[in-house]
Design a binder for this molecule. Sequence first.
Ligand SMILES: [Fe+2]
Length: 375
Amino acid sequence: MYLQAKGQFSKQAHVAIPPGLYEEEFGRDGFFGPVSHLYHRHAPTGWTRIEGPLRPHAYDCNKLEMDAALTDLSRRIPLLYNDDVTFQIVRPRQPMPWYFRNADADELFFIHEGTGRIETDFGVIGFKPGDYLVTPRGTTYRFIPDSEQNFFLVFESKTRFQQPDRGLLGQHALYDQTVIETPTPEPLTEQRDEWEIRVKRLNQISSIFYPFNPVDIVGWKGDLTVWRLNVQDIRPVMSHSVHLPPSVHTTFKAGNFIICTFLPRPLESDPDAVRVPFYHRNIDYDEVIFYHSGDFFSRDGIKPGMITMHPQGIHHGPHPKAVEASKGKTETHEIAVMMDTLYPLHVTPEALQVEWGEYWQSWQEPSTRQQEVKA
Ligand SMILES: [Fe+2]
């Protein structure tokens, strides 16, 4: 098929949308594949009711019940999962008393709240809010937080986390490789008669005991290690004249899913450019966004610590107030982490307990909202 254009349309996507119309991007393969733009008389999110299970979801992770007796990293709460990745929240309050090793998955942490240090096979590394921490499958580690206030996201992946290709942008785009930090060997002074490593294999835990500290290393070399990247060190790509697709904000790629980071940046200054995310219906990816900090002006009612989940097949896009609000803004201050998965995600009972059930109505004016029709 070659490019076709019929009826009323904008010659440049996301720029100079004909007055009174709503542009939708109908595309495959995320934002890389074949695509058409549809020009609607009404916003595609202007539904009056939904029957059946498909709908946009939002979950308030601040309300998750964490078991006070189990405050270490064994108390991960899974929220969403498929065969490729499990998305979890953990809020440890104490240092881990033992080391942990995940033989089932590579892990990516995102530090929403908390500071401290981590002892690993490669030495010691600190953590603070906004850090991404990659712990490759098989790494031995323990978190030692400074306080009881900790809130981490954990992505457990069947495949490795890798940096995205920079392509035309060049190797110093997004961030220079020298901002990546890795652990440094240092003497561990804590004395114990016995040290324990808990290893997860096939979802079962086994404990291995040593009469010495098993991560008491004095050096390492190589390109497989724990590494840390703080969101403040990512320099987002933008254009003053067109709203770029979310894929330009990719931070990690793994098998069948990617992680993107939305960061503070100037909004498009061209008066004809659309300044909010465009409508789309997630044809090939389920889309999950965790809101870390700032004012999420394109998402009405969303606060830090919440998650939205937009499944394949149903639209999302800016809330009505956001389009108006964007006209008076010159920049955005929000920080959010997005996961796009190629295969559909399942929702856990724990997530259902903290679901904001009326989120699917949040695109409507309050006066026109109707009673939710349950599946
Ligand atoms: Fe989206």
